[in-house]
Every structure is written in structure tokens, then in C-alpha cells.
Write a protein that binds this ligand. Structure first.
Ligand code: 4AZ
Length: 472
């Protein structure tokens, strides 16, 4: 995180506890000029040793070992060749294998096999991984529940009549949440609706029928969890160290005991992070057992108990060269309780250029620094219009629709190496929404080179789809 301003915040050193000597960072990469390749993020990101390095590493080694021993059941000591043969046979037979086996193999391997007569959003699962039924629900303004059915062919609001807590819970569970949080009734001006059938059958899209009206035009607004409202709302004025509880959804992803990337809790079982945190060419990064997730803490010296990763899902169309679709979803081994997730934006929600948003992370605090930050750092950034960010003097056309620039064109306020995968959040209606995922940039804090974030609003269909497919 880079932070320079004229009305200067306290320097990093001045906010550090002077009595605590920072641990040495033996394996850290120095962010040198040669590493700052324009438009490309050097990988892997810097690694901050956890204070309990020995213990953490030994625990993780146990995980790795048990993982490997499981794999031996598939592959034996002959290893990879046999696994490859197995995979080929599996695809050939259309066998639906356990998810972690696929994850191991990296992206593009999650073949979803569909029946020839597969129909999307008819409530019947025709594909082995359920992709035909995973993009049929979304939320509109005011969290209006909108359902697509094969018959309607478009997203329509759902009539409030007949709605119950049980249907709300089942719908939220379909979307990857544990239960529902709140239901409201909206006054709709729509001219077509979905009305509930008398029986709920598995999915919400399988339980509604198209209708030209709703009683009193009342439709359902559904919340699957409370989100985006931190318990603490004060912050260190002008400073850059985050107050405890300010950004509870912030995750620190440790690869073999070292902070490597940020992440954001978006539901009790799910973390959103960046695809580039899992370089495809290094298979170790794709092993869930090599990762530990810490959530809600503000110091790498005070780690809470960790979560294991059950599965890493990387966007199928992530392009490591352009960083397009730089997003990944982690499912945790157990649900997080008592920590507020950030809200996911609703469909069509926009944050206008110039919106005040914040990005947070444990990344390096100045160019050339050889270590990440022990403390969670925060910085206010402005959203920057796509066309401005694509100007020849800025990123000269490299910014796609699934990216969002944020920072300050004058330089100084930026995320940096090690912040990757972490949140860019913007406030609306008193809640913080995950607007971006820290992705890349030409250096850090440089004039005319703001931070580039994955555009969460543009990747919502992917996020909801995967949360449904991977639901706990
Ligand atoms: C990185 O390497 C990185 N200044 C993250 C953010 C930015 C640049 C690089 C944005 O993880």
C-alpha cells in the first residue's frame, strides 16, 4: 500500500511499535525497478512470515503430507502419468470426479458434462456440475430477488405472496449461503413477474411460474447475510494504519506460512481473491492444503485461528498476460461466524467515477521495500473512469471492461505488491460493497499509473454462479 499526501499521515515507521523489532524476511522479494514490469504483476507476491512460522509451517506440512498421501490413493508413487491417464479416462467416460482432484489440475479442467437436451434454468440439473442451473438468480436494486426461468427467458422479480422464511433459507442456500438474513417487501413497477408455486422444489427457478401481475405489485427483497457494516466506524484520522474492526472482511492468505495475497470474505464460506495469486505454472499454488486463511485481523503478529481452503476456483477465462478476469473464489473448510462479510454489489449497481472508496492490505508500503506490512494498511482511492484510464498517457488501452482503475492520477495513493486479491470497497446506503479486487498496476503510487482492480460488478454472474456450484 502506497500512501503519500501533502497533509501527511504518520509515517509507517512512526506508527510501528518501536519496541517490536520486525521479524526478518528471509525469502522476500525486493520490489526493485527491474521487477516493476509495466502492466504485469511480478509473481509470486512478497511473503511476510507469520510470527508463529515454525508452528504454522509444521502444521501445514502435515496437511500437505496427508493431502499427498490421499493423492497416492489415486496416483501411487508412479504419480503424475497415471493421474493424467485417469483424468483422460474420467473425461472420456463423463465421470464426475471429486472437486479437489480437478482443482489440482488447474483451470480449464472442470469439464461440465451436459445432456444433449440440456435446458438452462428449468429447475432440472442437466450438467454434471450444474452450470445449466447456476446463473438463474440475481439481485437487483434494493436487493430485489430476480429469477430467470427457461420459459421467461429474462430475469423477473418474484411476487411476495406465498413467500416464507423456509423459501428464503432454501433460496439463500442455493446461492451458497447458510441461510437467509432478512426479507423485505418491495413495491414493483415491473410488468412481468414470477409467482411462487404451491410447492418449493429444489431451486427457486424450479418453483415459480411467469405471471403478468403480483398481488399489490409486491415483490421480494432478499438478504442472504448481513454485510458491509463494520462494528467499528472510527479510523485513525489522516493515518494509514487500519483500526481494528474497521475492515472485518479483510483476509490474509498465507501460502506455506507466509502472507502472499489479500482476500475478501463475501459469505460465511467464501473468499474472493485474485486469480494471479495462484500461478498456473507452479502447481503448489493450486493445492488448497498449502494455503491458510486469516480473517479480520489487523496485525500479522496477532493471528487468529486459521481456516483451511477446501477448494480454489479460478476464473476459466483468466488471462495471465493481460490480467483479464483476475478473480478466484476460495471455499473454506468451515463457515466463518461473527465476522461481517463485505457486501457483493447488486446487478446494475454502479459507483460513479470520483466515488470515495478504500483499499486495504498487508502489502509493501513503499516501492523498494523488502517486506510487506505487519499492520493492515488502508488508503482512500478515487474510482477512475475506464476511458480516462485507457488514455495513451495512462494505460493506453490495456484496461478491459472487467477491470476498474482506482487511485490518484497524481500518484501516491495506491495498493502495491502483497495487497493483491484484497478488497476495494465503496460505501452506499451505509454499507461497504466489494467493488474491486486488487489486481495489477505499473509500479505503485506512480503518477498516471493508478491501481487496477478486477471489476466485481462485471464479474457478478461468475461469482454467484460459482458460489452456487460450490455451495457448502
Ligand atoms: C502486485 O504486484 C501489485 N499499484 C498490486 C497492486 C498494484 C501493483 C502491483 C497497483 O501485487
Amino acid at each position: 500500500m502506497e500512501y503519500r499526501q501533502t497533509d501527511a499521515p504518520p509515517s509507517y515507521d512512526s506508527v510501528m511499535n518501536q519496541n517490536t523489532s520486525p521479524p526478518s524476511y528471509p525469502s522476500l522479494q525486493v520490489l526493485s525497478a527491474t521487477q516493476i514490469q509495466p502492466y504485469y504483476i511480478p509473481q509470486p507476491t512478497p511473503q511476510i512470515p507469520a510470527p508463529c512460522v515454525v508452528e504454522t509451517i509444521s502444521t501445514q506440512r502435515r496437511h500437505v503430507l496427508s493431502y499427498k498421501s490421499k493423492r497416492c490413493c489415486y496416483g501411487g508413487s508412479g504419480g503424475s502419468a497415471f493421474v493424467v491417464v485417469l483424468l483422460i479416462i474420467a473425461v472420456g467416460l463423463g465421470v464426475h470426479y471429486g472437486s479437489s482432484l480437478w482443482t489440482l489440475s488447474g483451470k480449464d479442467k472442470e469439464t461440465d458434462i451436459c445432456t444433449p437436451s440440456s435446458v438452462n434454468c428449468d429447475g432440472k440439473r442437466d450438467c454434471s456440475r450444474g452450470s445449466d442451473e447456476s446463473r438463474c438468480v440475481r439481485f437487483g436494486t434494493a436487493n430485489e430477488l430476480q429469477v430467470m426461468t427457461s420459459k421467461a427467458g429474462s430475469f423477473l422479480p418474484v411476487c411476495a405472496q406465498g413467500w416464507s422464511k423456509s423459501i428464503a433459507d432454501q433460496t439463500c442456500q442455493q446461492l451458497g449461503f447458510r441461510q437467509s438474513y432478512a426479507v423485505d417487501v418491495l413495491q414493483s413497477s415491473s410488468s412481468a413477474f414470477q409467482s411462487l408455486n404451491s410447492r418449493f422444489s429444489n431451486t427457486i427457478q424450479g418453483s415459480v411460474n411467469i405471471s403478468s401481475s403480483c398481488p399489490l405489485q409486491q415483490t421480494v427483497s432478499l438478504w442472504c447475510c448481513d454485510c458491509g457494516r463494520p462494528p467499528v466506524s472510527t479510523r485513525i484520522i489522516g493515518g494509514a494504519v487500519a483500526a481494528e474492526g474497521q475492515w472485518p472482511w479483510q483476509a490474509s492468505l498465507h501460502f506455506r506460512g507466509y502472507h502472499t495475497c489479500g482476500g475478501t470474505l463475501v459469505a460465511p464460506d467464501f473468499i474472493i481473491t485474485a486469480a494471479h495469486c495462484f500461478p498456473q505454472e507452479i502447481s503448489d499454488y493450486l493445492l488448497p492444503s498449502n494455503w491458510q486463511v486469516y480473517i479480520g485481523m489487523v496485525s500479522q503478529l496477532k493471528l487468529p485461528s486459521s481456516y483451511n481452503v477446501k477448494k480454489i476456483t479460478i476464473h476459466e477465462n483468466y488471462d495471465p498476460d493481460t490480467k483479464n478476469n483476475d478473480i478466484a473464489l476460495l471455499i473454506l473448510n468451515r463457515p466463518v461466524s461473527n465476522i461481517q462479510p463485505a457486501c457483493l454489489p447488486v446487478f446494475g449497481q454502479t459507483f460513479s467515477p470520483g466515488s470515495k472508496c478504500w483499499t486495504t492490505g498487508f502489502g509493501v508500503t513503499s516501492k523498494g521495500s523488502d517486506s510487506g506490512s505487519i499492520f493492515l494498511m488502508e488508503v482512500a482511492v478515487d474510482l477512475i473512469d475506464l476511458a480516462v484510464c485507457n488514455k495513451p498517457t495512462v494505460y493506453n488501452g490495456l484496461i478491459t471492461e472487467t477491470m476498474q482503475c482506482a487511485g490518484d492520477l497524481m500518484g501516491g495513493k495506491d495498493s502495491c505488491q502483497g495487497d493483491s486479491g484484497g478488497p476495494l470497497v465503496c460505501k452506499a446506503d451505509d454499507r461497504w460493497y466489494l467493488t474491486g479486487v486488487t489486481s495489477w498496476g505499473d509500479g505503485c503510487g506512480k503518477k498516471n499509473h493508478p491501481g487496477v482492480y478486477s471489476n466485481v460488478g462485471r464479474l457478478l454472474t461468475w461469482i454467484h454462479g460459482k458460489m452456487q456450484q460450490e455451495r457448502p
